[in-house]
Design a protein around this ligand. Structure first.
Ligand SMILES: NC(=O)c1ccc[n+]([C@@H]2O[C@H](COP(=O)([O-])OP(=O)(O)OC[C@H]3O[C@@H](n4cnc5c(N)ncnc54)[C@H](OP(=O)(O)O)[C@@H]3O)[C@@H](O)[C@H]2O)c1
Length: 305
């Protein structure tokens, strides 16, 4: 099969190569999926599991990309819940070969059925931002209706999902970003916008929850805005900032079939919009990832155009 591999961490996306690889086999509880569309997160090549296994041994050449939408072609021993020919989407294990390939082996529990009226491109754009927003708001942030939330980077791939889900849930949402993002953030449903480069974040009143994607100074300044009993949730690495009288949670998103189904249900009925930027093919993917201009939205590779 055709697949994109990486072997050299220092090379970044310039080190990506389109090569021939053996098709994966389905292990216990796996399915093999013929990938129709694949999602790649722009900083994946800086993540340790792209390079090493769970015992920290080199696992290169590795296939990046962890989001997918496709069709099940084989079941491993003991696999239940999915069948051959079924349309699926989901998030694959960080430590296994990923989805920038014609086929991928995935544990079935990491996938959910993809309804027939949802395009594969849309399906592949949902798992990472949708699950991250869902888990950060509702599991780790324990958001309640009527509470206030700062959604950082609210025009971005994750932040726009955070903004929409929090608003739908009945929260008061303050979205942040760059000056040019103001209208996009308000269109995603935020009631207020803070331009992080020109406005004072400190002018935002006390809030119950901060959903941080940046870390560093912005996370520290945000922690001071959290009222007693509130939570700082971050996806930017180990939490360095901590609210004086609240919780700080850092987490890495996990796949979850029920949550995937909730997310795609909202896309179908129009409550949730996904942020797709560039769409490319597997043959053109390496060139696409190496373009120098700033990309907005999720890059999706249509593996089967
Ligand atoms: N831990 C986890 O489980 C997890 C899960 C998903 C994602 N992540 C991580 O979360 C991060 C965000 O991912 P994403 O896909 O949402 O990225 P993204 O689409 O680039 O979103 C970031 C947003 O923040 C804006 N922004 C960046 N720097 C800013 C600044 N200094 N001031 C104001 N606005 C700024 C960006 O604007 P511009 O486009 O103009 O720069 C963009 O709108 C990535 O590092 C990703 O790896 C972690």
């Amino acid at each position: 099969m055709k697949a994109i591999v990486v072997t050299d961490q220092a090379a970044g996306t310039a080190g990506m190569k389109l090569v021939e690889r053996p098709e994966p086999q389905a292990a216990i509880n796996d399915v093999v999926v013929q990938v129709q569309a694949s999602g790649f997160t722009w900083d994946e090549l800086t993540w340790p599991p792209t390079w090493t296994d769970r015992r920290d041994r080199d696992r290169t050449p590795s296939i990046p990309g962890h989001e997918l939408a496709g069709v099940v072609t084989a079941l491993g021993y003991g696999t239940t819940g999915l069948s051959v020919g079924q349309r699926v989407f989901g998030l694959t294990d960080w430590y296994r070969d990923g989805t920038l390939a014609e086929y991928v082996a995935v544990e079935a529990r990491n996938l959910a059925p993809l309804p027939g009226d949802v395009d594969f491109t849309v399906g592949a754009s949902l798992p990472m931002p949708g699950l991250t927003a869902w888990q950060g708001l509702f599991e780790h942030g324990r958001l309640q209706a009527g509470q206030s939330v700062i959604a950082h980077g609210a025009a971005g791939v994750v932040g726009s999902m955070v903004t929409q889900l929090a608003r739908e849930f009945g929260a008061y949402v303050v979205g942040t970003g760059r000056a040019a993002d103001r209208q996009a953030v308000l269109d995603f449903g935020a009631q207020e916008f803070v331009d992080l480069e020109n406005d004072a974040l400190e002018d935002v009143g006390p809030v119950d929850l901060v959903f941080d994607i940046f870390g560093g100074d912005i996370a520290k300044r945000s922690a001071r805005l959290i009222r007693a009993g509130g939570t700082l949730v971050t996806i930017a690495g180990p939490a360095e900032a901590r609210p004086a009288n609240g919780l700080a949670v850092d987490f890495v998103v996990e796949s979850d079939r029920v949550q995937l189904s909730e997310i795609v249900r909202r896309v179908r009925d129009g409550r949730l919009r996904t942020s797709i930027g560039t769409i490319s093919t597997l043959d053109d993917a390496v060139a696409t990832f190496n373009r120098t201009e700033r990309r907005k939205g999720k890059t999706i590779i249509r593996v089967r155009p």
